[in-house]
Write a protein that binds this ligand. Structure first.
Ligand code: FE2
Ligand code: FE2
Length: 184
């Protein structure tokens, strides 16, 4: 598999997660509340699988390779992608605050969870589209086959260091259970 293909595969997994989050937001909007353990696990998935692992591969491997290939940083697409990753972290914190408030019985906590999730969904949908339409094709054009193979090796290292293969599989099993639970 090519480096960019691995990232696109992870986007697919993230899109499944965003679909489930959308359904949870719908339930909250309909006054049905939410399962707090599911939301806690979603926060962990967004922090570990998406942020540390997927964004880690982009920020520590792909983006530096693109900058070395001459793509401008600050006013270019890489700077924009980095800012969006940071914005996403803020939305995860918002969901976390909503969950903590909910567990303390504080009024209005459900709508904080829903607003954090809605913001995250919108941001990541457009973010992934920009990467797939602009940044990844740029990488395939600018980076030699050898550089792209080097990226795959760096990705494997991040995968091992951040989550380990067994845990990665565990996330997929959990996600498919969640998909069944919220697919109605
Ligand atoms: Fe990204
Ligand atoms: Fe990405």
């Amino acid at each position: 598999m090519k480096a960019v293909e691995e990232l696109i595969k992870e986007h697919k997994t993230l899109r499944v997660m965003l679909g489930i989050m959308g359904r949870i937001c719908g339930d909250i909007g309909a006054g049905k509340g939410f399962d707090d353990l599911d939301v806690e696990n979603i926060i962990e998935f967004l922090r570990v699988y998406v942020d540390r692992c997927h964004h880690g591969k982009e920020e520590n491997c792909l983006f530096p390779a693109l900058l070395s290939a001459g793509i401008p940083h600050e006013n270019g697409p890489v700077g924009q992608m980095l800012r969006e990753h940071a914005t996403g972290r803020g939305f995860i914190r918002e969901i976390q605050i909503g969950l903590e408030n909910h567990r303390h019985g504080i009024a209005g906590s459900d709508s904080i969870v829903a607003s954090g999730m809605n913001n995250y969904i919108k941001l990541l949908q457009s973010h992934m589209q920009k990467e797939e339409k602009i940044l990844f094709p740029m990488a395939e054009k600018l980076l030699s086959k050898q550089l792209q193979e080097g990226l795959i090796k760096q990705f494997e290292k991040i995968e091992e260091e951040v989550i380990g293969h067994g845990v990665h599989e565990g996330y997929h099993v959990w996600l498919s259970r969640m998909k069944t639970k919220y697919n109605r």
